[in-house]
Design a protein around this ligand. Structure first.
Ligand code: FES
Length: 574
């Protein structure tokens, strides 16, 4: 029994008509009288669906969570939450991250739940679940679905996403046959689980460990490894204890925890998408966190993990090499070791029990896999509220670059012209894509790593500077400047760029400038304003989203969802 009265007793503890109604209907699931004696009621929010093979194992894992909850003296009750299949949803799963967060928040708030286990995996499910739970702030713990086994093709390992981009460029350059391209499909995704590269899903799963909101080894254990079932059982044990101890997400995900997440993000060569997700999550919790923090906190953190897309290996290899706890141990003095975790121990205690088993996969501070990593946060007249660049995925020679813009006004314009042999472009050009931000697309899709023109690829050039208000897949690579804020559709200077304009990137000094004088920009702005059209969507979720979504530097949350709602709902339903 908890020292503090449980939320659920307000429903299940009442010996009156309302208590009758609450208990009687839930007893239809097969619950006996004696479980309503004040035990914690544990919700299990499950984003399982057949649309998301990345988390197809969550249905089974939920059963192991339930075992753990029963064993620890709680009562598990599973409920569904929106699944967000990254590879299936149009126009982009990111459009619905905040909808999942809203659904989870209200599902927890409205129901007699004392604690919640969050089951997710595919990219947007992790931040969506965490954001929703953070806004209610009852005890919560995260369990990921785990990653796929290594992909296999023609005798070698291939990585989710990363090799899709590579193969597709090779086909466009005439270096790979279409038959080979098609035959790689089945070998790439050959088991349940999230993408096997350090893409967004594995990045976010890793960050749940750094934030302290999941048990150790949540990220790297493969989806089909039996030890993930054990982890699910232990997760069920721990949530009951967290309720008894009244340990809430806000007690765990503190500023210190976010600093650890940013450090780990750099060390693992994590997805750029984590930036908007961490900013949005911090906003829910009221933790002060800015875009600039990503550059400053991780400035001394080198790349320690040699995983695609920044390196060579895959998540299965990462697991056998020691996973996230081993990286935290290697981060040594940089890591905030006193931070608390849902495991009931500090990050320092977890790191003390970890060891690296394969030095090819996880390096040391003295002999890292690469130089300082993380994301660079750029500023300048092209991105007054910031833009980001992942240096570990970029071509070093392009990190300082001046070139002429080749502008695509929207994604349709890009698709219509990129393969045109008459496109005026050379390898020094800078590709600029507009209309792909939160309001513009809408939903800020992963199109920022736009494929290069075929004539450039055929000349043997594999990278160019690309700039957009979009995101890119966590599995992608290249000298790609993303998340330009404000976006073009919100009137950011990106909207004013024209073909032939000179743009200067100075990565080491973190600047990105459009070399066009102010008078000309003012003239273009007046023209842009006069030609503005109303948004193409005028109803439903799209409308609410476009009207209220914040820019990338604020995490792309909806303005009215920032902060907490609380666990308190005073009115009864009858
Ligand atoms: Fe679901 Fe990559 S598509 S994790």
């Amino acid at each position: 029994m908890a020292d503090k009265p449980l939320r659920s007793t307000k429903s299940y503890g009442k010996l009156d008509r309302d208590g009758f109604i609450h208990r009687s209907w839930i007893k239809a699931t097969g619950l006996p009288d004696h479980v309503f004696d004040g035990r914690p009621i544990i919700g299990i929010a499950n984003t399982w669906s057949e649309l998301v093979t990345c988390q197809i194992g969550l249905r089974d894992l939920a059963e192991f969570v339930k075992r753990g909850v029963w064993e620890a003296g709680g009562v598990p009750i599973e409920f569904p939450a929106m699944s967000l299949p990254e590879t299936q949803m149009r126009p982009t799963a990111m459009l619905f991250r905040n909808l999942l967060a809203m659904e989870v928040e209200e599902s927890i708030r409205a129901n007699p739940i004392d604690g919640v286990v969050l089951l997710g995996g595919c990219d947007k499910t992790t931040p969506g679940l965490l954001m929703g739970a953070a806004s209610v702030d009852i005890p919560a713990i995260f369990l990921s679905s785990g990653s796929m086994l290594n992909g296999k093709f023609q005798g070698r390992d291939i990585g989710s996403g990363t090799d899709v981009w590579r193969f597709s460029e090779a086909v466009r350059a005439g270096e790979m046959s279409l038959a080979d391209f098609m035959s790689a499909e089945a070998g790439m995704s050959r088991s349940a689980g999230v993408c096997n590269t350090m893409g967004t899903a594995s990045t976010m799963a890793s960050l749940t460990e750094a934030l302290g909101i999941s048990l150790p080894n949540n990220a790297a254990l493969p989806a089909v490894d039996s030890r993930r079932k054990v982890l699910a059982h232990l997760t069920g044990n721990r949530i009951v204890q967290l309720v008894k101890d009244d340990v809430k997400p806000s007690d765990i995900m503190t500023r210190e925890a976010f600093e650890n997440a940013i450090l780990l993000h750099a060390a693992i060569g994590g997805s750029t998408n984590a930036v908007v997700h961490l900013l949005a999550l911090a906003g829910r919790l009221g933790v002060p966190l800015s875009l600039r923090d990503f550059d400053e906190i991780a400035r001394d953190a080198p790349l320690l993990v040699d995983l695609m897309p920044s390196g060579r290996y895959l998540m299965e290899d990462f697991c056998y090499a020691g996973g996230v706890p081993a990286v935290m141990a290697e981060l040594g003095p940089l890591f905030r070791r006193g931070a608390l975790t849902v495991a009931g121990v500090t990050q320092g205690e977890i790191a003390a029990g970890a060891k690296v088993w394969n030095r090819d996969v996880i390096g040391t501070l003295e002999a890292p896999v690469g130089p300082s990593s993380g994301v660079w946060v750029l500023s300048g007249n092209l991105c007054p509220q910031g833009a980001i660049l992942k240096p570990s995925a970029a071509t070093p020679a392009l990190l300082t670059h001046r070139g002429r813009a080749v502008v695509f006004e929207d994604i349709e314009d890009y698709h219509a012209r990129i393969d045109d042999p008459d496109l005026e472009v050379d390898e020094t050009s800078i590709l600029v894509l507009k209309g792909c931000g939160p309001k513009g697309y809408p939903g800020m899709p992963e199109v920022g790593n736009m494929a290069l023109p075929p004539k450039i690829l055929k000349a043997g050039v594999t990278d160019m500077v690309r700039i957009s208000d979009a995101r890119m897949s966590g599995t992608a690579y290249g000298t790609v400047i993303l998340h330009v804020a404000p976006e073009a559709a919100a009137g950011g200077p990106l909207a004013l760029v024209r073909n032939g304009d000179e743009i200067a990137l100075d990565g080491p000094n973190r600047t990105l400038d459009l070399l066009v004088d102010d008078a000309e920009l003012a003239r273009r702005r007046a023209e842009w304003q006069a030609s503005r059209k109303p948004p193409a969507y005028d109803r439903g979720w799209y409308r609410l989203y476009i009207d209220t979504v914040l820019q990338a530097d604020r995490g792309v949350d909806l303005d009215f969802l920032v902060g907490k709602s609380s666990a308190e709902v005073t009115r009864e339903s009858h």
